[in-house]
Design a protein around this ligand. Structure first.
Ligand code: ATP
Length: 288
């Protein structure tokens, strides 16, 4: 199935005088990995919880899987998977039973052993949730998010506490789900996670969208100047240029052998993101 999974127009949410979401428009096609980035308090969770149907909105139009999340029923909910920022409350029973218990809520759930295998928890199938490490507990949350074969999966800071190998395995799992057509909305503070997983990232600050683009294109990143640095005649040199290849060729012609301490640096997603957030904060301060 193709089409648009999430359509948002003019979404707002106020808490008293606080405009937590101040008018956002979004469109997420089926099968996309879409990531929200933004500083603490930017409005990400508020926006996502409105999409999930767990928070009311103050204004705007929202359609998720063809329905208004504020009014959708159980069948709609069974098509959605959620990994919350906080630990999912689970009964005190072995991990395999916990997964089986949650599977019972969905019409076409995966088998519990299959899910545990997918999240790398097979060895802990007989353990109680309390006996899992922080990262393993988080994997159980992920298992509960995907057990219903969701068409749309929300992941709110899913890899907090994962060791580097577990994080990489989790990324592979998410890529696999996306390849099979699952649409994924990821909220993360790990920029390398967004860069690895997301087709598009959406930077939110102060309740407004600052930019939406592919991670490699965000904020003109692809065409941003490179910084070339090297050591010559015992001194460190640094130059910003649109044509780093030409500069390196010139250096190579001038300096015999390897160019000492040569590096070519283009802005990372983090560089671009931090600039964007800083700009935004500066604007807010001027506006106040
Ligand atoms: N239930 C609530 N009542 C009042 N204000 C709230 C409530 N929930 C959130 N807010 C406020 O709305 C704003 C946005 O909060 P939100 O939780 O959406 O941010 P966030 O981008 O998800 O932050 P984080 O990265 O810290 O999770 C903040 O100013 C927050 O204090």
């Amino acid at each position: 199935m193709s089409g648009t999974v999430i359509e948002v127009e003019g979404l707002t949410k106020r808490y008293g005088d606080n405009h937590a979401v101040a008018g956002i428009d979004l469109s997420v096609p089926r099968g996309e990995v879409f990531s929200f980035l933004g500083p603490n308090g930017a409005g990400k969770s508020t926006a996502v919880e409105i999409l999930e149907g767990f928070r009311t909105r103050s204004g705007g139009d929202v359609s998720v899987l063809g329905e208004d999340p504020g009014r959708a029923g159980r069948v709609w909910r069974s098509r959605i998977g959620i990994v919350w920022q906080k630990e999912t409350m689970v009964p005190k029973m072995p991990v395999r039973e916990v997964v089986r218990h949650f599977a019972g809520y969905y019409p076409r759930a995966l088998g519990s052993d299959e899910v545990l295998e997918m999240v790398g928890l097979s060895e802990k199938a007989a353990s109680l949730p309390d006996a899992l490490s922080g990262g393993q507990r988080r994997r159980l949350d992920v298992a509960l998010g995907i057990v219903g074969r969701p068409e749309l999966l929300f992941l709110d800071e899913p890899t907090t506490g994962f060791d580097p190998r577990a994080r990489r395995e989790f990324w592979d799992l998410i890529q696999g789900l996306a390849r099979q057509g699952t649409t994924i909305v990821l909220t993360t503070h790990y920029l390398e996670e967004a860069e690895f997983l997301a087709d598009r990232v959406c930077v939110i600050a102060n309740g407004r969208i600052r930019a939406v683009d592919a991670p490699g294109q965000l904020g003109g990143r692809a065409s941003a100047q490179a910084t070339v640095s090297w050591t010559e005649d015992g001194r460190r040199h640094e130059r910003r240029t649109d044509t780093p290849t030409r500069l390196v060729a010139e250096l190579s012609a001038r300096i015999p052998g390897e160019i000492p301490e040569l590096s070519v640096h283009r802005p990372t997603l983090e560089d671009i993101y931090l600039d964007m957030i800083q700009d935004d904060q500066a604007h807010e301060e001027v506006a106040v």
